[in-house]
Design a protein around this ligand. Structure first.
Ligand SMILES: [Fe+2]
Length: 199
């Protein structure tokens, strides 16, 4: 007897490692630190003990390289999902600097098709992982009597961060970041992307 499993509603996380990360990341790190110096207060959102910039990277020419990359990656993903041709892609992006002890509360991003993060500088795995919570409501009503977690039974999935890698996921997916237990800052750029008909 053959039993065939078929995933019906997969919740995707797409990742891509940039080939030029060794030249790109020092530039982005310097820009991120410069931004924090100019606005030491930052904004208060899902970040606990960390510094977050305003959602303004998309308006700053100094960040053009990463802004373009965010849009390119999300356009490629959208193509693979058969989004209509000719859509315009808009994004908002911000810097996150999480010193030792900092974390991000679990949250989601409404009103966007994709969300994501690009990691510039960190010490893995001590810096903590980004984690995603199972969006299937039914699975929260009953736990499975398991001895080993599988992708089907997991309530949360951790993804260890990697310098130079971009992670993209649907905006509705609940996610957070564990406490940074390393001895250095975890620095990344987070973003939301929306695809709309051209006006
Ligand atoms: Fe987020």
């Amino acid at each position: 007897m053959e039993i065939i499993p078929k995933p019906l509603f997969p919740s995707m996380v797409w990742t891509t490692l940039f080939d030029d990360r060794e030249t790109l990341n020092p530039k982005l790190l310097a820009l991120a630190q410069q931004m924090r110096q100019q606005d030491q207060q930052g904004v208060d959102k899902s970040n606990l003990k960390g510094w977050q910039s305003d959602n303004i990277l998309q308006t700053l020419p100094a960040f053009d390289e990463i802004n373009l990359r965010i849009l390119q990656v999300c356009q490629r993903i959208a193509e693979s999902l058969h989004f209509k041709p000719g859509l315009a892609f808009y994004h908002q992006a911000w810097v996150n600097i999480s010193p030792p002890g900092a974390s991000n509360r679990i949250h989601y991003h409404p009103n966007c098709h994709f969300s994501g993060v690009y990691y510039i500088s960190l010490k893995a795995p001590e810096c903590g992982s980004i984690y995603f919570r199972d969006p299937r409501v039914a699975s929260r009503m009953m736990t499975y009597p398991i001895e080993k977690i599988t992708e089907f039974t997991a309530e949360e999935v951790m993804m260890p961060p990697e310098e130079g890698r971009m992670y993209v996921f649907p905006g509705w997916m609940d996610h957070g970041v564990e406490e940074n237990k390393s001895d250095q800052d975890r620095v990344g750029i987070s973003f939301n992307v929306l695809a709309t008909p051209q006006r």
